[in-house]
Design a protein around this ligand. Sequence first.
Ligand SMILES: [Zn+2]
Length: 214
Amino acid sequence: MTEKIVSDIINSNVFVIEKNCNFIIIDAGAKVDTVKHIIENISKKYSLADGKANVLGIFLTHGHYDHCFFVQDYANTFGCKIYASKFAKEYLQNPDYNYSEGKFKIEDFSDFQFLDGDGQICLEDFKISYYQLGGHSKSDVCFLIDDEIFVGDVLIGRNMGRIDLFGGDKAEMKKSLEKLVKINYNVMHSGHGEDNSKASQDKVAKLWIKFLGR
Ligand SMILES: [Zn+2]
């Protein structure tokens, strides 16, 4: 089961995914109480005392502040690790790179596990495949869980993510979109806006690949 929460302050998506009353969270732009409430409600269906839930990890799609702002609250509340690209660190450390206008930076990375390249993480019943997809930032990584992919700002509906921000790169974005088209999934969850199917997003990606190749 996947639940989407739209952050009321920065309009980014947070996803809570549940399997057998274990949870993982993708991105951290919504207040921790909102996320906790959703998790407790799902847990209640399992008649667990006090809706006690087990969050196995928080996964960050990239280091921009609107996707990470509350991540330390999440880690403290749920007592779990944060997974992010190894390139996310310089964004999280520096408000100029994460675009928080001085409001957000992380100094203590003890809860973090940094991901290098592509790979897979297994947590209880979750198999989470991850793929580095630079271009929007250096730190973009998408997560594939069963037939659902979480792409952050690489592709948002019919738009490609911005490539004019710190670490953005046209050639990298082209490579990332080519890589994305080759991944099998049914539903794409973006960092903002609505979900889309692979059929529609393959068309969108191919148009941007053409555009970027000019
Ligand atoms: Zn972004």
